[in-house]
Write a protein that binds this ligand. Sequence first.
Ligand SMILES: [Zn+2]
Length: 447
Amino acid sequence: MREWLIGQWIFPLHERLRGRNTAACYRALRQTEKLSTDALQALQKDKLRRLMAHCWLHVPFYRDHFKALGVEHSDELGYEVLQHLPILERQDVRIHIDEMLAQPLRNRLIRQTTGGSTGQPLIFFTDLAKESWHNAAKLRGRAWFGIEPGSRQVDFWGSPVELSKQDAFRRFKDYWFLNHMVISALDITDAAQARNASVLKQFRPRLVYGYPTVLFHVALYMERYPEAFGGWRPELVTCTSEVLYPNQREKMLEVFGCPIGNEYGSRDGGHLAHECSAGRMHIAAEHVLLEVDKPAEDGAGDVIVTNLDGYGMPLLRYRLGDRVRLDHETCPCGLTLPTLGQVVGRMTDFIVGFDDRLIHSAALVGVVRDLPNVKQFRIVQYIDLSIEILLVRDTLFSEQELAKVRHKMQVIMGAELPICFSFPDHIPPSKSGKYVTLISEAYAARS
Ligand SMILES: [Zn+2]
């Protein structure tokens, strides 16, 4: 009853009071998720035309680009013109940010930063309409698993920005009026896990949301101390922001005993895709138009995003920094939204080889990820290219295993690269709260 009341009345009202139209966007998205492919493409192209016409009128940066392509009137704008626009790099945003803002919306923009992983955060602006669609698309993904707005939800969140906003009033309001709690993801020591378990036991959320590395550790704790949770189990666990590895998913499935959904998006690009109950990542095609730049033989390439709802600071053909593959198969779940093949990884997840070759993190991470006696790990490359591998091991981890890891790493990276190991008791998260598994100072210095 309380969840229904919140979902139907309090949540929509709360969003309206904050200037967002999330509930209406959510209803609209639920109606378009099963449209025919043609109807969906028509809707996408219509939104694109309106956005480009807005850019022509109000955004000098794009008007100049359109004119350079020979466009003389806004009627000529659309998908054909979009395809000829140069790809927007993060560097372009840094340089041209002022000309990229829509003049009439200037005093209603919201400043945000993103992408701290390269050590160079990017400042950009969003607006309330874009945020409404973004949030609605997130909510829709959860609804595919039967979790409607208003359901009790706990977020394990580590971003200092989000947590500092969690003042007493907001905590009170979120808890009592929105069925929503935020638990710090920054601390995964046993003492913190015990405190978190008692919160979960008492609040009994239906949805748990957060970084896979953190939720994986909640599952490990639950496996060791099931009684601490008093019989509570979530109905859905949704992972975000990091790559969800198969071993993490398997462990969470086993311990939580509920579906594990994966969400893919970014603060600047928008909500890109959400996993369905059949395990496919469906693109939020009403909200974003995705292209793949220079796909390799396996179809994977850099994802290029056009956010169809971002009117304050439009992003047309924006290179996000991830590698993805587009899928062309229909999904048995009944949704007609196109699907994304695997998100291959972030461009920043590379190590620089001795001969300047870039080695993708998946190769290195794969060597240590599935070791049964390693609880946590991190691979760090320093500016001089040397590599340190941090392993939090348990007492069963043997010298033979270490020798195998050393050998495999050396084969991948080449014998010339110095590798050393260290064995801390715990690896703290990065400043953003994410449990980054690979950091390359050498790559960051080059990008
Ligand atoms: Zn599906």
